[in-house]
Design a protein around this ligand. Structure first.
Ligand code: SF4
Length: 436
């Protein structure tokens, strides 16, 4: 099975990367940069890459992104940089994602980019959660002279990068390497530490932090109202993907991952998490995997390339369809489900049903902290000045917990603005204190 989870996409060789970089026109008004949520200086680093200056290319990428090896793999390039590349009109856009991955991986192996780390004298920031938003805040603020400590409930940092996105799309070793780089900037990690249980936000202020960032994502999956939904054969996609990650890291037993060899698996939903769950079920040995979606292929939130890969791996798709009834068997196995496709119902055999219909924030932190307001769905409310501050002064939030970003790179984009908001807030508070 280890082989099945090997990264699907191959990396460039040095010669291939330089050849690809040399195709770039170095546009004066580059569409690629416009299409990038974090405004990566794409033509500039591609020009350095074309000359073989890999270290310079890495430094330019790092000025806009803390997680290039991740972005190079999981960003929606087809909708972002590559989708806006002028050469795309001829169907030959530059493979920007693959080049970014090449530079980041080459740098990790060769250790080319060495950054001067400033003294941590501007203030102390606690970051709750170590997903893409938390890691971006930590990287940006420590580069600007803030002492940053990350509090993470899991035994390993990375959040959705470590426990949500499957190994074949984003190898855990890549995530670990990126996190190591952030640690090397002087960021401290406190693992197995749950804010709202082990400490509260008030405890963190009492420990002397000047600002606190909540980047805890959306850990509470949404449920559907279907008869039989509470059977143990029905599981959430994020629960299933986390289990597979824990199993691959050696933390749990194979039998604790519910999908077995030969299973008939159905997945409800058609976003990237649904596709991740379906393709992971294939890799766990399922005999048949079917995605059931209540709308059409044109409405799916998943990337077209992810869908194409899933089809190539044998995943089937039922459009304009929904599950109407679930009948369970013993233990964690189902017996059958009833699927309605455009008004016609039929009964099909099923062993497992995986739900991937979205998730909302858990209330652990806001329920143990005074003054942090949320909307009617539980998303944390924030303001524009200073950007990202909640209704409680000094407490900021970003990433999925605020319902703004939808993807890894959008969480990073949002977090970059929140990092600026935190820096401004702390500087202003310290200035006022110095005048007293
Ligand atoms: Fe190069 Fe395409 Fe960007 Fe132009 S739009 S600078 S060709 S990557």
């Amino acid at each position: 099975m280890d082989n099945d989870f090997k990264e699907v996409s191959e990396n460039y060789t040095i010669a291939e990367a330089i050849r690809e970089a040399r195709r770039c026109l170095g546009c004066k008004v580059p569409g690629c940069k416009k299409g990038c949520p974090v405004s990566n200086d794409i033509p500039e680093w591609i020009a350095e890459l074309a000359k073989g200056n890999f270290g310079n290319a890495m430094s330019i990428i790092h000025s806009r992104s803390n997680l290039p090896a991740v972005c190079g793999r999981v960003c929606a390039h087809e909708r972002q940089c590559e989708g806006h590349c002028v050469l795309g009109k001829k169907g030959t856009h530059i493979n920007i994602g693959k080049l970014e991955r090449f530079v980041a991986d080459f740098d990790s192996e060769a250790g080319l980019a060495h950054e001067a780390i400033p003294e941590k004298s501007r203030g102390r920031v606690a970051v709750i959660g170590s997903g893409p938003a938390g890691l971006t805040i930590a990287g940006d603020l420590s580069r600007q002279g803030f002492a940053v400590e990350i509090f993470e409930m899991e035994p390993e940092p990375g959040g959705v990068l470590m426990f949500g996105i499957p190994e074949y799309r984003l190898p855990k070793e890549v995530v670990r390497r990126e996190i190591k780089k952030i640690e090397n900037l002087g960021v401290t990690f406190h693992l197995n530490t749950t804010i709202g249980r082990d400490f509260t936000v008030d405890d963190l202020f009492a420990k002397g932090f000047d600002a606190i960032f909540i980047g805890t994502g959306t850990g509470k999956p949404k449920k559907l109202d279907i008869p039989g939904i509470n059977h143990r054969g029905v599981r959430q996609a994020i629960w299933f993907l986390r289990r597979v990650s824990l199993f691959q890291n050696g933390n749990i037993d194979r039998k604790e991952v519910i999908v077995n060899e030969g299973d008939k698996v159905f997945v409800i939903g058609c976003g990237n998490t649904a596709i991740d769950a379906a393709r992971t079920a294939v890799r766990m040995g399922a005999a048949e995997v079917t995605v059931v979606y209540h709308r059409t292929i044109n409405d799916m939130k998943a990337l077209r390339s992810e869908y194409d890969d899933a089809v190539a791996e044998g995943v089937k798709f039922l459009w304009n369809s929904s599950v109407k009834d679930i009948t369970g068997a013993e233990g964690t196995r189902l017996s059958h489900i009833i699927i309605d496709t455009e008004g016609t119902a039929r009964t099909v055999e099923a062993d497992r049903l995986i739900l991937a219909v979205g998730s909302a924030p858990a209330a652990r932190i806001v329920s143990t902290t005074e003054g942090i307001e949320v909307d009617d769905k539980g998303y944390v409310l924030t303001r524009d000045t200073p950007y990202g501050m909640t209704t409680r002064p000094g407490v900021f939030a970003g990433g999925d917990v605020t319902n703004r970003p939808a993807t890894v790179v959008h969480a990073m984009q949002d977090a970059k603005s929140v990092a600026e908001g935190i820096a401004r807030y702390i500087d202003a508070v310290k200035l006022m204190e110095s005048i007293k």
